[in-house]
Structures are given as C-alpha cells and as structure tokens.
Design a binder for this molecule. Structure first.
Ligand code: TXA
Ligand code: MG
Length: 343
C-alpha cells in the first residue's frame, strides 16, 4: 500500500486533507491523526473490518481493546450504555482533553473494538486536527497509538512514518504532540473509580472532581504471570527500546558516579537538561529536572533515539513521581522492564 503524507497547519487544517481523511475512513481505510497526547491510528469504529485493519497494521495483540474518539459529549453518550454523574463531572472538567473514560458499552460498538468486553473506552481529544477529522467524517474513530506494537508511542510524524509507512492509507502531519504521553485512563465501571493509566490529567485532579479514586496496582508494579488485568495494555511489554534500560534512583552525583563505573559498557544515559557535562558517557536529554511536562514531551523521542544510535546498554535518571511525573515514571519504568538500581 502507498501511504500518503499530508502536512497541515494544526489550527487551520487544510479542507482537502480533511476531506481525503474522511473519504478514506468511510471506505474502511486507516488514517493516522495527530492528537494532543500522541499520534493515533484511526479507523471507523463502527466498521469491524476497518477496526481489524488497525490490529494488523500495528501487529497488536487481539485482546487489547481500542479507545473510541468522539468530538462532543453528546457523541460520547451515543456509545456508552450509561452516563453516570461521574462521567458528566469528568467531561465538564477535562474534555476535550487527554482523559479516557471506561464505561459500559452500547450494542452499537462492535466487539472488535472492545475485544468482546462489556466496557468501552471513550475520549474527546482537544487537538484541532483530531476534532476536525471526527467532525468532517461524522464517525467515531477507534484509534490506538500509531506505533508498531511494543515500540514507544509516536509524538511526531517521523515516528509514524518509521513504524507504519506502507501499512496505512494516510498520515496527517500536525507537528509535535503537546503532551507526549498517552491519555489518562480511568474506569467508571468500578466503585470507587480506578486509574488504569496515568497521564496529563493527574490522579490528584481526578480526586478533586470525583473524591476517592484508586490507583490500579499495575501502574507501578509488574504483573505476575496469569494475574488478572483491568487494562490489557498494561500486561504487554511497552515503550521498550531495544537497548537494555536501567533506572538509576539517586542524586545526579550518584548517577554520574554509577555511569562512570560502568563506562566499559559504553552506556548512554537519559538525563535532564543541563546535566550532560556531569556524565563521562554519552547522554540524551529528556526534559528538565522537576518539570514533568517537559520530560513527558521528550521521553518517547529519547527512547527512539536510543534505537537510532544502536545503543545496547542505557541508564536513565528517575523522574519525580507526583503529578504528571506519575505518567513519566509509569512509562519509563515499563521501558526499563521494572529494572531500578537504588543508589
Ligand atoms: O492518548 C491516547 O489515549 C492515545 C491517543 C491516540 O488517543 N491512544 C492510545 O491508545 O494510547 P492505546 O490503544 O495505545 O492505549 C489504550 C489503552 C490500552 O492500555 C488498552 O488496554 C486500554 O486503553 N483500554 C482500551 N479499552 C479498554 C477497556 N474497555 N477497558 C480497559 N482498558 C481499555
Ligand atoms: Mg499504545
């Protein structure tokens, strides 16, 4: 398949590009769209064959359900069997934006989207291009992150081209994604609601709106074989570079000393801005210390850079774990397959 690439102005997407995207989606094709979190690989959520095409292009396990993207709260209600007060409160506070809600699903959502499950993940993104494509097509869009399964989510069109060129009909390039990590996922199917994946909407913010919110243990801990999982995405090796990555939990001085002791491995260190000269080995910067948003924006790019450079052994400075830092910590911990050295 030949993949077309359209570059658009994020705040004024070209009408021809939007029409082309809409035509492809109505014909059952695959269109990659920018969102405020990461790029999404979109298909018509109401077309089972098109949805199966997503799994094939990504090489995604068949038991990992997809998020349905909508362009209004009314549209979200068309696909949820219930719309509890908690959903309305979350929508009022955070939509459009980087929050996905899990709700009981309606019949109209095909089982290919939910992998046969009785709940559906719904998100109303804020990115003007994502919204414009949904509005132009009038379709709910099933869209996982637009990476091949197992590699870091794409935060710019280059990442998408690297992973999916020749496997999708159209890639819309809307520049860099502002957040850089995927949406916060919260399920309203449990009481109290439960955070399944941390993101830019923080657990503190969710608690301000909802009261009690649990954090699923899989956010911070490796699942044991066979352990039941609330969000299937959690059980897969994720965000993983080919390099063997280990997190260094300690001060800058301790991390620099540790890296120097291991210089014989020719490691590359993922560090924060301005710290490069503290290390005697190669470094890649992923944001500023204490600024989780800047770390989130750069993390996946940094993980991909490890592979581009052919790095075999890598170390990373640890982010703070509160606020948006919880999302950065969750992703980097998975990229390291839970390998942490306490210094
Ligand atoms: O920011 C995002 O959410 C991006 C953009 C494109 O919107 N999408 C994204 O999709 O990250 P994906 O498929 O890479 O991650 C969706 C996560 C997976 O961990 C999946 O298991 C979980 O949401 N999920 C989807 N439907 C679910 C459901 N019904 N119940 C529990 N978890 C669900
Ligand atoms: Mg993904």
């Amino acid at each position: 398949m030949t993949t077309r690439l359209c570059k658009v102005e994020p705040h004024q997407p070209d009408r021809n590009a939007l029409r082309l995207a809409s035509d492809i989606l109505h014909r059952g094709g695959l269109v990659v769209i920018p969102t405020e979190t990461v790029y999404g690989l979109a298909a018509n959520a109401l077309d089972p064959q098109a949805v199966l095409g997503i799994y094939a292009a990504k090489n995604r396990p068949a038991d990992n359900p997809l998020i349905v993207h909508v362009s209004s709260v009314d549209m979200a209600k068309e696909y949820a069997a219930e719309w509890p007060r908690a959903a309305q409160k979350l929508a009022d506070a955070f939509w459009p934006g980087p929050l996905t809600m899990i709700l009981p699903k309606r019949e109209n959502i095909p089982p290919e989207v939910t992998c046969g499950g009785s709940s559906v993940a719904i998100r109303f993104p804020s990115h003007p291009v994502a919204r414009a494509v949904i509005e132009e097509s009038g379709l709910p869009l099933a869209a996982p992150s637009a990476n091949r399964s197992g590699s870091p989510s794409p935060t710019c069109a280059d990442h998408v081209v690297h992973d999916l060129n020749g496997l999708v009909d159209l890639i819309i390039d809307g520049g860099h994604c502002a957040c850089g990590v995927e949406s916060t996922v919260v399920t309203l199917c449990t009481n109290p609601p439960r955070l399944l994946r941390p993101g830019f909407v923080t657990v503190e913010e969710l608690r301000d709106v909802l009261g009690e919110v649990e954090v699923d243990p899989a956010v911070f801990h490796a699942l044991k074989d066979g352990q039941p999982v609330a969000s299937p995405g959690m059980k897969y090796r994720h965000y993983a570079p080919r390099a063997r990555l280990t997190l260094l939990d300690g001060s800058l001085a301790d991390c620099a000393a540790y890296a120097a002791e291991h210089a014989g491995e020719h490691p590359t260190v993922l560090c924060f801005e301005g710290e490069e000269t503290a290390f005697s080995v190669d470094t890649i910067v992923y944001g500023k210390e204490g600024d989780a948003a800047s770390q989130a924006a750069r993390l996946f790019d940094a993980l991909r850079a490890l592979d581009e450079r052919g790095v075999k052994i890598a170390y990373a400075r640890c982010p703070a774990r509160d606020g948006v830092g919880m999302a950065v910590w969750n992703r980097v911990l998975r990229a390291a397959q839970f390998a942490v050295v306490k210094l």
